[in-house]
Design a protein around this ligand. Sequence first.
Ligand SMILES: [Fe+2]
Length: 385
Amino acid sequence: VARLQQQLDVTRKLSLTIVKPLQAEDFVVQPIEDVSPPKWHLGHTTWFFEQFLLQPFLPNYKPFHADFSFLFNSYYESVGKRVLRGTRGNMTRPSTKEVLNYRAYVDEHLQLLFESDVAQDEWMPLIELGIHHEQQHQELLYADIKYILGHNPLFPAYALTSIEDGLSTGPHGTLDISEGLYTIGYQGDGFHFDNEKGVHQVFLSKARVNQGLISNGEYLEFLQQGGYRQFEHWLSEGWTWVQQGNTKPLYWHEVEGEWMEYGLSGLQALNMEAPVKHISFFEADAFAAWRGKRLLSEFEREVLNEKLSNGQLWEWTQNAYLPYPKFDKAPGAIGEYNGKFMINQMVLRGGSIATPTGHYRASYRNFWHTHHQFQFTGIRLAEYC
Ligand SMILES: [Fe+2]
C-alpha cells in the first residue's frame, strides 16, 4: 500500500512538472482534434480518479464540480455525456487555476481513501490503473505540447534541455531470430493492461533485425531520392495521404535550402545522426519498402525486447491492433479502456523518451492510427533470411 501511495504521489507531481515550462495561453489551445489542451489532460487524469475511485469507494465523497464529468470524460460511453473531443480547446473556462484546485481536491480525497477502512482489494487495482492511465497521458502531454509549440509561428522552445537530448539510433549491426515457437503476452504478476493478457504461442520465421533505428540522414536520402513522389513504395491509403500534402516527417522544415527540425528545445539544424522521428505508419512502411525490407512484427519486437534499446522511439510494427486469444473486457466502464479501439490501428512497441520511467514492459502494446505522426515514433527494419 505504501509503495502504491508513493507511486501515486510521484505520478501526480510529474504531470505538474511536465507543464511547468508552459505559459498561460499554452494550456488552452487545441490545434487539431487529436491534440488535447494540456489543461484538459490535467483535468481528465484527475477526473479518472474521481470517477472510478472516489465516487464509488470513498464514503460521502462530494464531487468537486457537477459539470466536470461532462468536461473531462474522454470516451467512456458508460459514464455519460461529454464534450465533443474536437471542442476541448473551446474550454477557456474552467481556468487552469481551477483545474489545479480540482487536482489538489482529488489528491486530498485520495489520501482519505488510503486512510479509510474501505476494503483495499476493491479499489487498489483501480488506483494502479489510474497511475498507469496518468502516465499514458504524460506521454501524450509531451506530444501535445510539442505539437502546440511546434505549430506556433515563432517555434518557441519548451525548455532548453529536454527528454529529446541524447536521442540515439543505437548500435549498428543485426540480431537474428531463429525459426520456431515463441511465447507472447504478459506472464508476470505485476501491473499490465488487459490487451497484453492471453499468453499464447506464435510461430516466427527466421529473420534478421536491425539493432539500430533509422537515422534522419538515412530518411533524408529517401526523401531526396523521390520517395514521396514514387507511388510504388506506398500502400494505397498511404499514397492518398501523401497526395494530401504529407511529404516529410512532422517537424521537418526546409528553410532556405537547409533542413531544420523543430524539437522541444526549438528549431535546429537537422541532426543527421539522430533517429528519424514523428513519422506515420505509412512513412515507416514506405521507407522499409524502398529499402527492400520490412517493419518488424510486434511478436519479433517482444521476443527481442531485452536485446534492443528501449525507450528511444515507438516503433511501428506490421501488426494490426487485435485482441489476443481469449481477450476479455472488464465489466463496466473500465472495459472501454482498450478493447473498443481494436479496429483500424497498428501496434507500436519499444517505448519512447516520453514514456515515464517504469511504464513500459516487453509485452506493452501501444497503438495508433496509420496516419498519425505526432507521437514519438521511429523506424526499425527487419528482413526474412
Ligand atoms: Fe485517458
